[in-house]
Design a protein around this ligand. Structure first.
Ligand code: BDR
Ligand code: CA
Length: 307
């Protein structure tokens, strides 16, 4: 069983990832931390609580950082709407509000599980960096992090930086230098994890609250992609989750990755060392570059049929 902590700026594709995680047999979500990114922290916090309620799950959600370490927050409203769920409104969770801060809650859970916890981080890495800063022994309890972020080649927030890393490049830099092994699902693989419009509509026809949310919340993203000449939209954040359930659908290579915290043109670039003579012990990441798209989308369909 994969016991995961989900750190999210939920977000339309984050919601797909979480709703899949809740249905996959070998994944147990043991806690969620909210991080500002796709939208402001209050919307992220409410979305994580409300999506969890929609899934009829009882998982605690903790509020994390409201802004990047040293930058201002620039939400991705063009894809995720003003509320982070493509402006779709879902019922409000009646669960009690967790007052503990996300950083303390994550550390305590990692310590309690004594090395078993896997962190899946699909937003800016601010909460993870702050946890590492506050608790230097966090890395003894959290041996692996699975992130959606970065790219071996290119970017979507700048020519060479992906949104999550670009949003808080200093935090990302600290996480990549922490010594924790990082599984990197960047644009190289997540751009392959595309669901076509026909597939989105098929899921949307299942007639349950989760499938309605997927269909309606992805409308802004699908329209944007149409403008770019692409049919459907990418389910970026579902990649690390589906990898944990089905690693056989993905291919990747061990390498070193470091983040440029600030550069004239390169702020937020994930500098990937695949081929130089770096020492093997510096190869502290695995960069994924391939996913079996059909198997991936079929799995998403199966998850949504269960709601
Ligand atoms: C990433 O940025 C956000 O818009 C998505 O939720 C995903 O985590 C893609 O670059
Ligand atoms: Ca995200």
């Amino acid at each position: 069983m994969n016991k995961i902590w989900f750190d999210t700026d939920i977000g339309v594709d984050d919601a797909v990832a979480l709703l899949c995680a809740y249905q996959l047999d070998n994944i147990e979500v043991v806690g969620i931390s909210a991080i500002a990114g796709n939208c402001d922290i209050d919307n992220v916090f409410n979305n994580a609580r409300n999506v969890t309620y929609l899934a009829k799950k009882d998982v605690k959600v903790y509020k994390g950082a409201s802004k990047p370490l040293y930058k201002e927050l620039k939400p991705a409203t063009i894809v995720h709407g003003n509320n982070g769920l493509g402006d779709v409104v879902i019922p409000t969770s009646p669960a009690p509000i967790e007052e503990k801060c996300a950083i303390d809650a994550l550390y305590e859970k990692a310590k309690e599980l004594n090395g078993e916890l896997k962190v899946v981080a699909v937003g800016p890495l601010t909460n993870i960096a702050l946890t590492i800063r506050k608790y230097p022994d966090f890395k003894d309890y959290c041996k692996e992090i699975y992130i959606m972020g970065g790219a071996g080649i290119g970017g979507n927030a700048s020519p060479c930086a992906e949104f999550n890393i670009y949003s808080d490049p200093q935090a990302a830099s600290e996480v990549f230098e922490s010594g924790i092994f990082i599984h990197v699902f960047g644009l190289d693989v997540t751009l392959q994890a595309n669901a076509y419009s026909s597939e989105i509509n098929e899921i949307g026809s299942y007639g349950n609250p989760a499938s309605d949310l997927l269909r309606d919340s992805l409308k802004l993203a699908v329209n944007l992609y149409k403008f770019l000449g692409i049919d459907g939209t990418c389910l970026h954040d579902a990649c690390p989750i589906l990898y944990l359930a089905h690693p056989e659908w993905f291919k990747g290579e061990q390498c070193g990755i470091f983040v440029e915290p600030e550069g004239k043109y390169t702020t937020g670039e994930t500098v990937c060392d695949l081929y130089s003579n770096a020492k093997y012990e510096d190869r502290h990441c695995k960069l994924y570059t391939f996913v079996d798209r059909e198997a991936f989308v079929n799995c998403v369909k199966e998850c949504y049929k269960k709601y």
